[in-house]
Design a protein around this ligand. Structure first.
Ligand SMILES: Nc1nc2c(ncn2[C@@H]2O[C@H](COP(=O)(O)OP(=O)(O)OP(=O)(O)O)[C@@H](O)[C@H]2O)c(=O)[nH]1
Ligand SMILES: [Mg+2]
Length: 273
């Protein structure tokens, strides 16, 4: 949704839950002014250390923003997780806007979700949208404008995100790696950029990065037979980087195992923020 509103790829996207691990800002500018969207990790009920970090990040963001947009996937049946989230968001009702996303899909749980929201909350403003087709997005945007307090612009008008190049490149590599792998592997991945350098008289950016997995056995899954998977990941990530940056990007990627990284408090604090 942020990508659609901002008109650019701000956040990476995948079918795998918990793709977003950071706060990712998307900036929208028009004649009315500027809105700064803060994408957060999803809210998952799990006590695993990494989930605790993701949940804390999402929760603390609620206190730092002026409008809270609760985006619900109508293809998911509402359950315990949605209930916990509604309970949490009840404390933010004054600044809450709800959007039911994926209404381009015909057979959904939208009716039940709507019922649960209206019984738990006091007249929640509910918007039906499709981030994919754009349906309902203008009306949602107007509702956000109506709620947003006036203030100075936070960024120059031509900005659509404030992410650093190394973060964006790491995210794009992670997206391509998630899309090329299955089962547990996407959750076991993180990407670290260790070095970047402009080369050949600023004609290209050379980037050294590592894809970390949790187990030695997962390295082969990311690398693929004869290096076929990692080559695809690199090719697709380079293509996307080349569209984003005004210079060519050349990726030098290695795959490494870092056992139990998802339990490493210091690392989690560094990469989830
Ligand atoms: N049909 C349809 N699919 C959508 C729509 N919006 C998002 N998707 C798909 O839903 C999946 C999840 O999208 P993400 O943007 O990664 O979802 P997210 O809520 O940010 O999830 P996390 O970052 O994992 O918490 C992807 O496969 C998207 O292509 C929509 O409006 N319609
Ligand atoms: Mg996301």
């Amino acid at each position: 949704m942020i990508n659609r509103i901002c008109g650019h790829k701000v956040s990476i996207i995948s079918p795998v839950p918990q793709t977003t691990r950071n706060r990712v800002r998307g900036i929208y500018n028009d004649q009315q002014g500027q809105l700064v969207f803060v994408d957060t990790p999803g809210f998952h009920l799990s006590d695993k250390r990494i989930n605790r970090h993701l949940k804390e990040l999402a929760t603390k963001t609620l206190y730092e923003v002026e409008v809270v947009l609760y985006l619900i996937d109508v293809t998911r049946p509402p359950g315990e997780e949605e209930e916990a989230l509604i309970n949490l968001l009840r404390g933010f009702e004054e600044r809450l806007i709800v959007a039911l996303n994926k209404i381009d899909i015909s057979d959904t749980h939208a009716a039940r979700i709507r019922e649960e929201l209206t019984s738990a909350m006091d007249e929640p403003g509910i918007h039906l949208i499709s981030a994919l087709t754009g349906q309902g997005v203008d009306a949602l945007l107007q509702a956000i404008w109506d709620r947003a307090p006036e203030g100075e612009r936070m960024y120059p008008e031509d900005y659509y995100t404030d992410q650093s190049p190394d973060f964006r490149i790491a995210e794009i590599i992670r997206e391509k790696a998630i899309l090329q792998t299955r089962q547990e592997v996407p959750h076991s991945l993180y990407v670290d950029i260790s070095d970047m350098e402009m080369k050949d008289r600023d004609r290209y950016l050379w980037v050294r990065g590592f894809i970390y997995v949790e187990r030695e056995s997962q390295k082969g899954i990311v690398v693929g037979k004869g290096g076929e998977k990692i080559k695809t990941i690199i090719r697709e990530a380079e293509q996307e980087c080349n569209q984003l940056f005004p210079y060519e990007v050349k990726l030098d990627i290695r795959v490494k195992a870092r056992p139990k990284w998802r339990k490493d408090e210091g690392l989690l604090t560094r990469i989830i923020n």
